[in-house]
Design a binder for this molecule. Structure first.
Ligand code: NAD
Ligand code: TDX
Length: 338
């Protein structure tokens, strides 16, 4: 087992990265964490501020993963890079793909080169979207050997980054691991994403917005379970290997929206149907057998409705966290007819 003492976490002020920093702080107090984050519109230092104030376990560096001079300065001395930083929102990638290529492709190469120079381990956090989509009403799920067939500019850049990571293993012998996870939900998720958007719309007196026919299926996993999976792969994963992360959470968007409406005491049809996303992937579904059987990982949040209720509660009690982003996000959606 690999026992890291000092990890560099990129994107640690975003949704999943900050939840991972809290997870490591809670469960592995002997591991020092340096967070490297550019604080784009999606990054918020408040997500980890209490950990920075508390003690010396977590340090923060504001910077771009594409800044090779910065990486040369800060990477040495760490024993692993855990790479979350990315442009992450499909709709934004359709409006302007260029920042996605810059951060997700060029940024990953810059980090791989820094890891190679320092000869340290590299864990790459990726998505099930690299496999494209599956038909509705089929038993088929993605596995580690599913072909790469990304649909959107976002997923194409993530697919590119996965292949670059594999090349650094095969060509340079870098100790890499990759995890491809399904859709996350939980606290600190930006209001542009499906679940937080609908919860905050309802809190804000706006009607929720459902794309297309609402039948698209996502495989929901609580972000804490993603954190434990990333930790498991980082410490127990075989160099060069890929592990799919999912918690058997397939649900269609209409059902998720109706569950939110019910939990918030609204009629089930109190929402608007809006323009579909171009190229909208139909269904994602993960077969997590390899991670479960080879590394012994298990999800803990297996009751989706309980997790959703906690998430609604979190947004209800953290208005000051999401309020500053809400109006601009909705203005952007309105311009796109969504
Ligand atoms: P997010 O958009 O909430 O956070 C991204 C973070 O990266 C932000 O803090 C941002 O400031 C930072 N960042 C962006 N560009 C940067 C740059 N050039 N240099 C340094 N920092 C930069 O994203 P998220 O939803 O937390 O996703 C994190 C990772 O997990 C991504 O790699 C994403 O592809 C992957 N992933 C996400 C999901 C999901 O459901 N959200 C599922 C599977 C995988
Ligand atoms: O207002 C909305 N209405 C709606 O119907 C929004 C914002 C989304 N949707 C639909 C589109 C998708 O079918 O909900 C589903 C989820 O949408 P997103 O939250 O945008 O997530 P998705 O596109 O599935 O991608 C997410 O999971 C995989 C993350 O954003 C990615 O970073 C991750 O790789």
């Amino acid at each position: 087992e690999f026992r890291p003492r000092n990890i560099l976490v990129t994107g640690g002020c975003g949704f999943i990265g900050s939840n991972f920093v809290h997870y490591v702080h809670r469960h592995h107090p002997d591991v020092h964490i340096t967070v490297l984050d550019k604080l784009t519109y999606a990054g918020n230092l408040a997500n980890i501020q209490p950990l920075l104030d508390d003690d010396k376990q977590v340090a923060f560096v504001r910077g771009d993963i594409c800044d090779t001079a910065l990486l040369e300065r800060i990477v040495p001395g760490h024993d692993a890079i855990v790479h979350f930083a990315a442009e992450s929102h499909n709709d934004n990638s359709i409006a302007d793909p260029r920042p996605f290529v810059h951060t997700n492709v060029d940024g990953t190469v810059a980090l791989l080169e820094a890891a190679r120079a320092a000869n340290i381990r590299f864990h790459h956090v990726s998505t099930d979207e690299v496999f494209g989509d599956l038909p509705l009403d089929s038993p088929e799920r993605f596995t580690e050997s599913s072909p790469y067939r990304p649909s959107s500019p976002y997923s194409s850049t993530k697919a590119s980054s996965d292949m670059l990571v594999r090349a650094w293993h095969r060509t340079y012998g870098l100790d890499v691991t990759i995890s491809n996870c399904s859709n996350n939900y939980g606290p600190f998720q930006h209001v542009e994403k499906f679940i937080p958007r609908q919860i905050t719309n309802l809190l804000d007196g706006r009607r929720p917005k459902l794309y297309g026919d609402g039948r698209n299926v996502r495989d929901w996993i609580h972000t804490d379970d993603h954190s434990s999976a990333v930790w498991t792969v980082l410490t127990k994963g075989m160099p060069g290997e890929t592990y799919l992360v999912g918690a058997d959470g397939e649900r269609d968007n209409l059902s998720v929206l109706r569950a939110i409406l019910r939990a918030m005491g609204r009629p089930e049809d109190d929402f608007d149907w809006v323009r579909d996303r171009p190229g909208h992937d139909r269904r994602y579904a993960i077969d997590p057998t390899k991670l479960r059987t080879e590394l012994g990982w298990q999800p803990r949040h297996t009751d989706f409705l309980a997790g959703l209720t906690d998430t609604i509660q979190w947004y209800t009690t953290h208005e000051s966290w999401w309020r500053p982003d809400k109006a601009a996000t909705e203005r952007q959606y309105a311009e796109r007819g969504q």
